[in-house]
Design a protein around this ligand. Structure first.
Ligand code: FES
Ligand code: FES
Length: 202
């Protein structure tokens, strides 16, 4: 029998998706336990599940209360104003959002901010000492090798390249290509990106 107040199908789906994501974020935090997450549930005025999280971003300690569903990418761009990290697909498929967490590369769009309590995050803004300081060797190599066109993918390419260098996956162009394969460049600068990583390797 039909309900007297039927919900439009799209609205019902949207509500259930929101409910699912909210529940997933909360249950994920509970399952992972305080030793992993460390984030404190916040007493928010509204019913949106939120948590306090403290992390070090580019050498500066930051504490913020965020909706549990907030990605690291959105935390950086929308809460901290660090817009150097780019949003491409927002689904883990392009690498534009790559940053370092505790010196390991991650996709910011796939990482929940509440998982990062106590973590050290490095973005493209924190790679070199400051506006007046020298560029990071890989940034300089991208300039020298002309390894970008529109530049949208470039912060992610550079952060992933830094990770690739730290991991030692730079033995040959093929090895670099393989370990940089998560970073897409719509302008097709791949040959020069690999040359830049080889230059930075020295
Ligand atoms: S924006 Fe994160 S992988 Fe595309
Ligand atoms: S330089 Fe344009 S997407 Fe890579």
């Amino acid at each position: 029998m039909a309900s007297e107040n039927p919900q439009p199908p799209g609205e019902a789906a949207a509500v259930s998706r929101r409910t699912f994501f909210a529940a997933s974020a909360v249950s994920g935090a509970v399952v992972a336990g305080s030793s992993l997450l460390g984030a404190e549930p916040a007493t928010a005025a509204d019913s949106t599940p939120s948590s306090r999280v403290s992390l070090t971003v580019n050498g500066t300690r930051r504490t913020v209360t965020v909706d549990n569903r907030t990605s690291l990418l959105d935390l950086l761009r929308e809460h901290f104003g660090l817009t150097g990290t780019k949003k491409g697909c927002d689904a883990g498929a392009c690498g534009a959002c790559t940053v370092l967490v505790d010196d390991r590369r991650v996709n910011g769009c796939l990482t929940l901010a509440v998982r990062l309590d106590g973590a050290k995050v490095t973005t493209i803004e924190g790679l070199s000492p400051g506006d007046e300081g020298p560029l990071h060797p890989l940034q300089q190599a991208f300039v020298d090798q002309d390894a970008f066109q529109c530049g949208y993918c470039t912060p992610g390419q550079i952060m992933s390249g830094v990770g690739c260098l730290k991991e030692g996956h730079t033995g040959s162009p093929d090895e670099i290509r393989e370990w940089m394969s998560g970073n897409i460049c719509r302008c097709g600068c791949y040959v020069k990106i690999i040359k830049a990583i080889q230059q930075a390797k020295g």
